[in-house]
Design a binder for this molecule. Structure first.
Ligand SMILES: [Cu+2]
Length: 152
């Protein structure tokens, strides 16, 4: 009886903790100005890196370098564009004031695979990743803390 009571108390803590990790709103990110600088290489229908991660409010600079033919980088949602000639890097600077994930794509018809030259700009913390990590941690704690006869 004593053990059972302890287990109940354990779940009373664990379940709300899991719900909190899964659904609690994230604190608004602090508004300190962060400069983000990315060097993006555009070459044969690919951007490298293809995915850019920033936080809302960041001042973002993208330096686009084209190493074969003229390429452009257009950010859907922000409607911003930068175009680079081979060997002449061009920069785009903006404030990431819209959270979310936005498609980036080449804005210069550069060849057959041009429509597939896409990437992504992520503005905001990777919430799913953090929640997933939090839940995993709780699951591990549960396995460690749960009395053995209860776990199996
Ligand atoms: Cu292109």
């Amino acid at each position: 009886m004593k053990h059972k009571f302890r287990n109940l108390r354990f779940f009373r803590v664990l379940i709300p903790a899991a719900l909190l990790v899964a659904f609690a709103p994230f604190p608004t990110p602090d508004v300190t100005l962060t400069e983000r600088y990315f060097q993006v290489e555009a070459k044969s229908f690919e951007f490298f890196p293809a995915e850019l991660y920033v936080n809302p409010g960041d001042h973002v600079t993208i330096e686009l370098t084209a190493t074969d033919v003229v390429h452009g980088l257009f950010i859907d949602g922000y409607d911003l564009e930068v175009r680079a000639e081979p060997g002449q890097p061009a920069t785009l600077t903006f404030v990431a004031d819209r959270p979310g994930s936005f498609r980036t794509r080449c804005s210069v018809t550069c060849g057959d695979m041009h429509p597939f030259m896409i990437g992504k700009l992520h503005v905001g913390p990777n919430r799913l990743l953090w929640r997933g990590m939090g839940l995993t941690l709780l699951a591990v704690l549960a396995v460690i803390l749960l009395p053995r006869r209860y776990a199996l």
